[in-house]
Design a protein around this ligand. Structure first.
Ligand SMILES: [Mg+2]
Length: 380
């Protein structure tokens, strides 16, 4: 299939196939990436062997905290027909208490335990108090940001709500702005902008120039000895590396990073998607772009489940769900549920007036009508 044919297969902007591809892609990246988490020097043939193993039973590759929290975000946005910080915080806390063994980081566990307290009124307070009041700059807000792009049409709402959703656990500007960048990348990909890669990266840079032009963001960056527009700086680097014909894995790791900090992983995920728009040496010829993106993300090592989860969401939104191998979908826990959540978000998205601000509920009693047939299965 040619690249053009694949884009047609994904459907027009905001098609159901793109929505399903985004969430299924995220979950698969998490599940398939788990085996390589924390590894250094991952040989590509090991990655390809792992991806080609079709002897696994249904759902045997378990998802981690990335998917666990992404489900909570999607369920909350659907259930409240918009962003409700109290509801989202409660879901995070409950999910953690029901399944604490999903690989959560020590920092976020402290926050999730505090969020479980019924006495807590300011749900942003536990995250704000972390690390001597500086807050976390990890990628935990970004890894779960994709559903915000599926819930809101208006990019201003995508930005606002993805920032607030991340701030529940990551209050450092570099942490929550990583989530904004990831949500914007999924948003643009859903609209089909990745068909013109230059436009995609230029739009991300100009959006992030606006996002990072903020006193708190600047002072948080200074405190971490980062440049004043840290994500913009990285995105320029991504652009330059995408334009180069050959880039080694070592360069990607040293220039962009593969770690647990949002700054060292969100731009990396974006690079993986853009780099894999074209066939790449070492990757099987029969692979489509989605498969290339996942394989390449795993080959970087480091925080593979999260980088592949973020890259999987962006790539899935571009190529559509039909580009995601059935064998991969079958062996990953949570893929079926992600598919159904994406369909419900697609319904909600297309019920919103196109010129509206999207729906947004903020701890008010405001209720939106929701027909019962459009409700996802709730686990709580
Ligand atoms: Mg994880």
């Amino acid at each position: 299939m040619t690249a053009a044919a694949r884009i047609v297969a994904a459907g027009g902007p905001a098609s159901l196939s793109r929505f399903r591809g985004a969430l299924v892609g995220a979950v698969l990246g998490d599940c398939l990436g788990g085996d390589f988490e924390g590894a250094e020097d991952v040989p590509l043939d090991r990655v390809l062997q792992h991806l080609q193993d079709d002897t696994r039973g249904d759902g045997t590759l378990q998802y981690s905290d990335d998917t666990a929290m992404l489900r909570c975000v999607a369920q909350s946005l659907l259930n409240r027909a918009g962003f409700d910080e109290q509801d989202m915080a409660r879901r995070f806390a409950k999910e953690y208490s029901l399944a604490p063994g999903r690989g959560y980081g020590a920092g976020v566990i402290q926050v999730l335990k505090k969020l479980a307290s019924p006495q807590l009124s300011d749900v942003y307070q536990p995250a704000r108090a972390q690390f001597g009041g500086r807050g976390s700059f990890g990628n935990g807000g970004a890894m779960r940001a994709a559903p915000f792009a599926l819930a809101f049409k208006n990019p201003a709402e995508v930005k606002r709500c993805s920032r607030l959703g991340a701030t529940l656990t990551h209050s450092c500007a570099i942490g929550y702005n990583g989530a904004v960048l990831q949500a914007l990348a999924v948003h643009l990909s859903l609209q089909g902008v990745l068909a013109t890669p230059q436009e995609f990266i230029n739009k991300l840079i100009s959006e992030m120039e606006e996002v990072e032009n903020d006193e708190t963001a600047r002072s948080d960056a200074r405190a971490l000895n980062e440049s004043e527009f840290p994500f913009c700086t990285r995105l320029h680097k991504v652009k330059e590396m995408v334009e180069r014909n050959s880039v080694s894995i070592e360069e990607v790791i040293s220039e962009l990073g593969n770690g647990i900090a949002a700054l060292h992983s969100v731009p990396t995920a974006i690079f993986c998607v853009m780099h894999c728009l074209e066939p790449r040496e070492g990757l099987p010829e029969q692979y489509g772009g989605f498969e290339r993106t996942i394989a390449y993300s795993l080959a970087l090592g480091g925080d593979t489940d999260t980088i592949a989860c973020m890259a999987g969401a962006i790539a899935g939104a571009h190529y559509g769900v039909d580009s995601v191998p059935q064998t991969w979908q079958r062996c990953c826990e949570g893929a079926v549920e992600a598919d159904s959540l994406a369909e419900h978000l697609h319904n909600m998205y297309h019920r919103t007036p196109s010129d509206g601000d999207g729906v947004s509920v903020s701890s008010s009693n405001e209720k939106r009508s929701h027909s019962s047939t459009q409700q996802p299965k709730q686990t709580d």
